[in-house]
Design a protein around this ligand. Structure first.
Ligand SMILES: C[S@@+](CC[C@H](N)C(=O)[O-])C[C@H]1O[C@@H](n2cnc3c(N)ncnc32)[C@H](O)[C@@H]1O
Length: 243
């Protein structure tokens, strides 16, 4: 694992991020295992797209966490090189194990996904972010997408799986809708775990309208931009942006 200790994201120190991560990671793993955020279908869609072409490709997994879903999704693809970037050293330790199932050259970097350009040896063919860009305010999302456009290989693809507002919806209404649906359907979590989820979403989530995810990609210079998956409860979408 390539260490870049001292790199910070969202103005927080590494130790604080790791602590929050450890405390909340068990809840997140429970959510994934119950498939409450539609990881299964979102990553299946990514898998389908990755096998459209059987040429070897490099894959950059930004904010990879423990790579639980991405490592499974890369099985059976022609991935030749995998790079995962995350702020949490602890998560990267778990990712190292998960990635044993992937037959590619692998590199894990402890660092801020917004600064990924400095960790690259060559432009990646595919850049993927799962459930992490939405923490950035809109203008920062736009700047990040411009960096992705600049760094991606010719003919490459950028895909995100992120919270998305319903037509005309404001963030406050999204948070109320989320709380309402989650309180009725995420029945496998304890009240304490649900409070962690509500608190995180209310404090950190900045979803965008579908048209705004697409507009930001177009403004960043992507030639194609489309939604390729939406979860049945209309909280999350996967977008594919091409160059
Ligand atoms: C909700 S998890 C997403 C994990 C995985 N990508 C998925 O789809 O399930 C968010 C991850 O982003 C990481 N993270 C948060 N801010 C980050 C940043 N600025 N740079 C790199 N990683 C970050 C956290 O450590 C965590 O592993």
């Amino acid at each position: 694992m390539q260490g870049l200790r001292g790199t910070q994201g969202n103005g927080r120190g590494q130790d604080e991020i790791t602590e929050i991560f450890r405390k909340h990671w068990d809840v997140y793993r429970d959510i994934i295992e119950h498939d409450y955020m539609s990881h299964k279908a979102a990553y299946e869609k990514l898998h389908e797209i990755l096998v459209e072409d059987n040429r070897p490709f490099s894959f950059l997994d930004l904010a990879c966490g423990d790579a639980y879903a991405s490592s499974r999704c890369l099985e059976g693809t022609s991935v030749a090189e995998y790079t995962g970037v995350d702020l949490s050293e602890w998560a990267l330790g778990l990712a190292e194990k998960e990635l044993e199932r992937v037959g590619a050259r692998k590199r894990l970097v402890m660092g801020d996904f917004e600064k990924f350009g400095q960790y690259l040896d060559a432009p990646p063919d595919v850049i993927w972010v799962g459930l992490s860009v939405h923490h950035l305010p809109t203008a920062e999302k736009g700047r990040f997408m411009k960096t992705v456009r600049k760094e991606i290989a010719p003919g490459g693809m950028f895909l995100v799986y992120e919270p998305t507002l319903e037509k005309g919806e404001k963030v406050e209404r999204y948070i109320d809708r989320f709380r309402d649906v989650v309180s009725r359907t995420w029945t496998g979590l304890t009240n304490e775990e649900l409070e962690i989820v509500y608190d995180h979403v209310a404090k950190s989530d900045l979803p965008e309208l579908k048209e705004d995810w697409i507009r930001l990609a177009r403004e960043a210079g992507f030639e194609s931009a489309e939604e390729v998956y939406e979860d049945p409860l209309e909280f999350y979408s996967v977008f594919r942006f091409g160059v």
